[in-house]
Every structure is written in structure tokens, then in C-alpha cells.
Design a protein around this ligand. Sequence first.
Ligand code: ADP
Length: 226
Amino acid sequence: MIQFQDVTKTYSRSHTHALQKVSFMINQGEFVYVTGHSGAGKSTLLSLILRRIQPSEGIVYILGQDLSKLKENKLPLLRRKLGMVFQDHRLLSHLCAIDNVIFVLRATGEKGDLEGRALRALRQVGLAHKRKAFPVELSLGEQQRVAIARALVTNPPVLLCDEPTGNLDPDTSWEVLELLNDVNLKGTTVLVATHSRELVDQLRKRTLVLRNGRVVRDDEKGGYSL
Ligand code: ADP
């Protein structure tokens, strides 16, 4: 589903080897953390999956597709299959929860009962009752759950999360993590990039540890402190 084959990424301007000979395979239905200190290469890895950047060497396969062979006009289709959740939820402040979710459906050209689909996505994250609330009327955890609903509404097979609990207190982080676990149990492949050892220790899952651009550990049942 997601495969890196000897992937090296060198940023030529700074001569930084952000990733060096990274290889791993993530199968459908897995929940995987990519962790490591700041500067270890986590964002570079996510950017390669989204094909915002191309590797200097090696091959990235997403859903069986060699990304170096993907034509520019097929990029929107690829990205539609990759739901994305960020640290700052990036909700539109002038739209209520359900309209934030509908906005994504419209932007991707979906037709039909958009409101019904958006409501189902909000129900999935336990926020159907807050559908008319604006972002400022929601707690940070609720805002992040709306962001997850927005990422899931197009039924992507893969959910990519970049520091999804970065702005949240421990209890709220745990709620978001449980929600991501539920999403995974329903079949979505989940990849969480985080530097937080608390997060990785809270819910034990396969953990890829990056250090200076190399995978230094790939543990089935994770945990930062192992
Ligand atoms: P992380 O997400 O784990 O903090 P990054 O992937 O952002 O790590 O960064 C890995 C390394 O690559 C760092 O040394 C960083 O300074 C460098 N880097 C990241 N993006 C760029 C860029 N656009 N240009 C030059 N160097 C970069």
C-alpha cells in the first residue's frame, strides 16, 4: 500500500540528506507511527508520499503506483486517496462544522447528497450534534475531530496524520488517538507522524523510528522507550 525502496532525499540547496536509503512497506489496514526527533525526516517522508517532492534516489509506491511515473494531471486523484490531518486543523473559521466537511466534497467535485455524507462523517467522529457549531465554538479536540471527519468524508483508503495531537492536552490527545484507532479498525490504513513519545507509548502500534534520515528501528508493537 505504501512502499519505500531505498529512498534518499537530499535537499540540494542545504546539502541536507533528509532521508537516506529508507526502505519499508506498510500493508493495507495497518496503523503505523513514524517517529523521531525534530529534523529526523518525518515531514520529508510525508511529502514524498503526497508527491509534493520527489526522491533523489529510490522509488516510492503508493497503492501499487510508482510515484515517479505518475503524471501531473493524476496528482489530484492520488491525493484524494490520501486523507490528511495536520497539527493545526486548518478548518475554515467562517464555516460551521458540517459546511467545513461539505466544502471538501464540493472542492473534489463530488455530486449527490453531500450534506448526508458530511453528516455521516461527523457522526463517525461523534460530533453530529455539533454540526452547526463554528470552529471557535468547538474545543481544540472537537476541532481536530471535525478535521478528521473532513479527511475521511471521501473514504480514502489511507489517512496520513502529521502531529495530530500536537496542540492538545493529554486527555484530548487520548480521545483523538482512540478515534484514529477506531478509524483503523474499520479498515483505513493510518500513518501517524509524531515526535511525541507519550503518544507512541499511549497506544502501542508498529513504530518506525527515524534518526538523521535513517530508519533505525521498525518495531511491531512499538513504544518509544523500548
Ligand atoms: P522532521 O519532520 O522530522 O522534523 P524534516 O523532514 O522536516 O524532519 O527535515 C529533515 C531534514 O531536512 C532537516 O535537517 C531539515 O532542516 C531539512 N529540510 C527539510 N525541508 C527542507 C527544505 N525544503 N530545504 C532544505 N532542507 C530541508
